[in-house]
Ligand binder design. Sequence first.
Ligand code: NAD
Length: 244
Amino acid sequence: MPWKVAIIGSKGRMGTALLSSAEKLGIEIAGAVDQGEDPIPAIENCDAVIDFSFHEATPFIAQIAAEKGKPLTIGTTGHSPDERESILKHTGTIPIVWAGNFSTGVNLLFYLTKKAAEATGADFQPEIIEMHHRHKVDAPSGTAEGLIKAVRQARGTSEKHIQHGRKGITGERPDEQIGVHALRGGSVVGEHTVMLVSDNERIELTHKASDRSIFADGAMKAAEWSQGKEPGLYEMLDVLGLKD
Ligand code: NAD
């Protein structure tokens, strides 16, 4: 079924990727809205709204989407607790898919990491390695944080067992430790590997991103999925049918 999308934040890096994704997938643009433009006509005229703009913008977009009864997909990050609250109150009226990472592959990696860490015991010790371009200013990446969370959920590991890098006389590695290592260099978009290492075998789960189109394509998939869903809060694992 052909459908129409309203893109909020349309002139940004992600907005541009979303416009390309819609064109590639044959999805009609009901409206492309950026700062200083009225989002109401686009939202009125669409089947689903996608917001990749700025944290301060999302509460108003959610309010209009709720008033017009349109499902909303939110990729924007950095909301304050107050902003989060004013967005979440609309989950009683419309479906909202909200994810910090819309890549299908990364969400699958979260799922597979949790399953692999559950299926193996303490003799398979977890090490997480991430690599990003030299301009990245923080470590570990948000995605690595998500992988740490997946291992901790599976193993019940406490925060004090997370080990960021190693240097000097570190002592032997405790079984429950989660080693985390950040590599930086060049123009690498984002790579993450989870290793589960035992004495005689090693599992490695790796995701490599090469283009931000993976987030745009994932958000389009979420926006299509959201149409006709019950009001509520959903995440990318719901869209991919991977929710436990
Ligand atoms: P960007 O700065 O390139 O683009 C943001 C755009 O939003 C700009 O064009 C800006 O003018 C516009 N904008 C600001 N206020 C607005 C308003 N009130 N109404 C409409 N448009 C408004 O940023 P980006 O790299 O495109 O990222 C946008 C957001 O998406 C950020 O919060 C970023 O962290 C997030 N992001 C999420 C994912 C994911 O998978 N969830 C992936 C990449 C980026």
